[in-house]
Design a protein around this ligand. Structure first.
Ligand code: GAR
Length: 203
């Protein structure tokens, strides 16, 4: 039987992409990565995909006349490659209801804080400014809001008094690289049951 196909969307260096590639190669994730898309031509994620022999394209947001055109291109490319689950891995754009409906219930995102606290584009800066003692990361399904969809998995890390954005980001990233493959594995094995805001993990 054919494996399910993942499409991974990235904006930058792609270390989460790399952990997902490793998990697909080891067999932890029973899926193929069918396509990697970036919204920026300089994103290092493209090189990582190339090195792993994964089809990869850039849909340059700056070359699209509108968000609708950009998202139509994303959706068309993902469908052409037979993608059934869309993975946002450091993809720094908010997707409109149009795109979310195209892949309804089949888009996951990773965010580097314990949602619903510290959503948005500067989670670590906001965590340090607020003075919380614990942070972490969240994997969630994407709905039509920002960082607001049903939560699949979370991992916590301590925040140290002398943390900088970089030291905190590095501690959280270690957890991200474990948690994202795990969430994808659970999804692909049919172990996630979503009821409203709640995602139950079947044993
Ligand atoms: C990760 O820390 C991810 O959680 C974050 O961007 C980083 C991407 O790193 N995502 C967001 O902030 C989404 N709002 P990577 O490119 O090395 O995977």
């Amino acid at each position: 039987m054919n494996k399910p196909v993942l499409g991974v969307l990235c904006s930058g260096r792609g270390t989460n992409l790399q952990s997902i590639i490793a998990a697909a190669e080891s067999g932890q994730i029973p899926a193929a990565i069918g396509l990697v898309i970036t919204d920026k031509p300089e994103a290092k994620a493209l090189e990582r995909a190339a090195q792993a022999g994964i089809p990869h394209i850039c849909v340059d947001r700056k070359r699209c006349a509108s968000r609708q055109e950009f998202e139509e291109k994303l959706a068309a490319s993902l469908k052409e490659h037979g993608v059934t689950l869309v993975i946002l891995a450091g993809f720094m754009r908010i997707l409109s209801p149009y795109f979310v409906r195209e892949f309804s219930g089949r888009i996951m995102n990773i965010h580097p804080s314990l949602l619903p606290s510290f959503g948005g584009a500067h989670a670590h800066r906001d965590v340090l400014a607020y003075g919380v003692k614990v942070s972490g990361c969240t994997i969630h399904f994407v709905d039509e809001g920002m960082d607001s969809g049903p939560i699949i998995l979370q991992a916590a890390v301590p925040v140290a008094d002398d943390d900088t954005e970089d030291t905190l980001a590095a501690r959280v990233l270690e957890q991200e690289h474990v948690l994202y493959p795990k969430a994808i594995e659970l999804y692909l094995k049919g172990r996630l049951v979503t009821e409203g805001r709640h995602v139950r993990i079947k044993s």
